[in-house]
Design a protein around this ligand. Structure first.
Ligand SMILES: C[S@@+](CC[C@H](N)C(=O)[O-])C[C@H]1O[C@@H](n2cnc3c(N)ncnc32)[C@H](O)[C@@H]1O
Length: 329
């Protein structure tokens, strides 16, 4: 068992305050964040949260740190990164405002965040703005803990890889939020590429995958992830490797083998191979969980496939036909 694997047995007994700030992550995941802060992290190296939103996840982690016997609030720092404002392309919701909606003429919820996290401000370092601007490309200080709830686009994932994954060391802990999101396949194939250097803590906790770094991650592996150099087939193979390691989440509600299979369809979709995307997605229509929770995803992939066929006379795009022919499909 990994060092953090032992926290699973404590999950049922965590009682968090009722008045936690609104959070998009589930109670289970908040409990795990609390347990990490309370029982595992030291604050000797950087503690980083990417995508703090209205502060729900930050609060749970900070509360655990405050109650930790080893975290020293005078020296340890929790770094919180977010736009801290709503608007096009931010992936932030108006629910992050304390009032639950955006006030007229103010799109920033930074003051609301500060207010809610007030007890922890002495050890909280807030980085407000676009991650590409607020993170320092020259900072190579080791990161002990990385909570990734920000990598909703390949552009942001590249920043996460270049500036944060590169600072992980053996012993570092990573939590990937939204691991149950088939539309974020970079989370899945990058984890596949990291498998030789990490140990997965246990079943995902709802949508969160936790892992611990056990060997230094080679620079060329990080470079390949940042520059997105893998082919579609390589990415699918990497996702398959992750499928071999995880099944249902800790609560039993999310079938990760199916989720990851669906993620493969999105690898093909983003590469413009809509025929292949649909051929990967179609057999999953009968999956009870996916059909219940991801009907819009099926719709998206089916529509892209139909439009592609209509445009190109039935056989997918010329390029995808040529690629398919070359690969013997
Ligand atoms: C899913 S929400 C975070 C939810 C939060 N962890 C919680 O407990 O509710 C994702 C956050 O990522 C932030 N975000 C997305 N892209 C970003 C970027 N390029 N720079 C800074 N923040 C970003 C959004 O502002 C949003 O608040």
């Amino acid at each position: 068992m990994t060092n953090i694997g032992r926290l699973y047995s404590l999950l049922d007994d965590v009682r968090l305050p009722d008045a936690l700030p609104y959070s998009q992550v589930s109670t289970w995941e908040l409990r795990f964040l609390y347990l990490l802060g309370r029982h595992h992290l030291t604050g000797e190296d950087r503690l980083v949260e990417l995508g703090s939103g209205g502060g729900g996840s930050t609060y749970a982690l900070a509360l655990g740190l405050r109650e930790s016997p080893v975290f020293d609030e005078r020296r340890g720092r929790l770094h919180a990164y977010d736009f801290f404002r709503v608007g096009k392309g931010t992936f932030a919701t108006e629910k992050f405002f304390a009032s639950g909606s955006k006030p007229a003429e103010d799109d920033s919820f930074l003051d609301d965040f500060r207010g809610r996290l007030e007890p922890f401000l002495p050890f909280l370092e807030i980085h407000a703005g676009d991650l590409w601007k607020t993170s320092d490309p020259g900072d190579t200080s080791p990161v002990e803990f990385l909570h990734i709830d920000i990598a909703k686009t390949p552009r942001v994932f590249r920043c996460v890889t270049e500036r944060f994954l590169s600072r992980l060391r053996p012993g570092s802990v990573v939590l990937h939020q939204d691991f149950a999101g088939p539309r974020l396949p970079w989370l899945h194939h990058s984890t596949g590429a990291l498998l030789p250097y990490i140990e997965i803590a246990g079943p995902p906790i709802r949508s969160t995958l936790a892992f611990e770094v056990v060997r230094p991650i080679p620079e060329d592996v990080l470079k390949s992830l940042a520059e997105d150099t893998c082919s579609v087939d390589e990415k699918l193979a990497l996702i398959s490797a992750v499928q071999e390691r995880i099944d249902r989440d800790h609560t039993g509600g999310i079938p990760f083998k199916s989720v990851l299979e669906f993620s493969k369809a999105y690898v093909a979709h983003y590469a413009g191979d809509h025929r292949r995307a649909w051929s990967l997605a179609e057999p999953l229509i009968d999956d009870a969980y996916l059909s219940r929770t991801r009907a819009d995803h099926f719709e998206q992939l089916r529509t892209a496939y139909d439009e592609d066929r209509a445009k190109n006379g039935g056989g997918g795009s010329r390029l995808s036909r040529l690629v398919g022919k070359a690969l013997g499909r």
